[in-house]
Design a protein around this ligand. Structure first.
Ligand code: ATP
Length: 377
């Protein structure tokens, strides 16, 4: 199993720094998602590992050895792209077998020589022995003679995966491989990729801007913004213990509620409303006695309560989202739009315009300073 290590990796395109000083250790067999908004440098980082871009500074190692001097073909890495990059004039079988044919000596790649060559049968048998099980595993063996144009998006994606797998690579790099699929197919193909990772046991590096995808698939998420690492950790760690406001807002659906907290002497105001039940501890440290902060409360950290409750924060509903197993109430509080996650029964009878009240679960409140850094006490 192949580990990857990045030390101080940078990539500059002219004067623009696309990747800034990224250091990261990935253990062999891990499923890592590179997550972040469009343009944050995810693909550039992946392409440097693949050898398709050269790092401006820093070290890239695989299995404990530097790979920077190796061309892409010698890195034993398979890459699956968003657009699948299949050869349109080749059949499914030829597309899948293509990387193996490329590994043959040049003389065997010429079809007319291949027919004459005495070793042809052996080579073809060896290729079939690698290609057939992979096609069966991915359920595309019955499509072997079709061309890419005759396949659905999901089938094309599986052909691209099969082509990556036949080389038995040490590392899979995937760049938004599901973004061309519709929602249902994306969910099933996502499950197939997780299963593939479990069965192959090799290292996967998966680029996505979809936090839900990263949350459900990964052992660890690497969250980037503007070329820099923001946080690296298991999905729930990023959700429950974000390093900063950017992480807190990027991870989780609906987005975390962020409200202004103002503390003056003994009086505290959340979203402009007085609060009388603020605990002595906030986010694992003594609550500040003075100042202006931002408080992050996830939709499930706000609980509905009677409007006349002494600790109620009141506001008006503007949208009720019924999702079947739960409902999301969108309400305005102190000029901010916030989301409250409730049971379907709690949302029954509620509609836009209703006045409702919530109480924060202070134990799960996250505290940030004005610059968005996590403020633990
Ligand atoms: P997306 O999710 O939109 O694919 P990304 O996070 O993968 O985004 P990159 O493709 O890595 O982002 O690009 C990072 C930044 O580097 C972007 O601002 C992009 O415009 C810039 N960039 C990428 N390749 C080049 C290039 N060859 N020349 C100049 N700038 C580039």
């Amino acid at each position: 199993m192949t580990s990857i290590s990045l030390k101080g990796v940078c990539k500059r395109f002219h004067s623009f720094e696309a990747v800034r000083d990224v250091s990261l250790d990935i253990a062999g067999g891990e499923f890592i998602s590179l997550l972040g908004p469009s343009g944050c440098g995810k693909s550039t980082l992946l392409r440097m590992i693949a050898g398709l871009e050269t790092a401006t500074a820093g070290e890239i190692g695989m299995g404990g050895k530097s790979i920077q001097h190796l061309p892409p073909s010698e890195r034993n890495i398979a890459m699956v792209f968003q657009n699948y990059a299949l050869y349109p004039h080749k059949t499914v079988l030829e597309n899948v077998a293509f990387p193996l044919l490329m590994q043959e000596p040049m003389i065997m790649r010429l079809p007319w020589l291949r027919r004459l060559a005495p070793g042809r049968r052996l080579v073809d048998d060896q290729i079939a022995a690698r290609v057939d099980p992979v096609c069966r595993m991915l359920g595309i063996d019955h499509l072997a003679r079709r061309k890419p144009a005759e396949l659905s998006g999901g089938q094309r994606q599986r052909v691209a995966l099969a082509r990556a797998m036949v080389r038995q690579p040490k590392l899979f790099l995937m760049d938004e491989p599901l973004s061309n699929l519709d929602a249902k197919l994306r969910a099933t193909t996502r499950a197939e990729i997780i299963d593939l990772h479990r069965r192959l046991g090799v290292t996967f590096l998966y680029v996505t801007h979809d936090q839900g995808e990263a949350m459900t698939m990964s052992d660890r998420i690497v969250l980037m913004n503007e070329g820099c690492l923001q946080q690296v950790g298991p999905p729930l760690e990023l959700y429950n213990d974000p390093a900063n406001l950017f992480v807190a807002e990027f991870i989780g659906l609906p987005k975390i509620n962020v409200l202004d907290l103002r503390i003056e002497d003994r009086n505290a105001f959340l979203g402009g409303q007085p609060i009388r039940d603020m605990p002595g501890e906030l986010d694992g440290a003594p609550a500040p006695r003075k100042g202006a902060l931002r408080v992050g409360l996830r939709a499930e950290a706000l609980h509905l309560c009677p409007v006349d409750h002494p600790h109620a924060l009141r506001g008006h509903i503007h949208i009720v989202e019924h999702l079947g197993n739960e409902a999301i109430l969108h309400m305005s509080l102190g000029g901010e739009d916030i989301c409250v996650r409730v049971q379907p029964a709690q949302a029954a009878g509620l509609s836009p315009g209703h006045e409702i009240a919530v109480r924060p679960d202070w134990n799960s409140a996250l505290l940030f300073d004005a610059a968005g850094s996590r403020r633990r006490g």
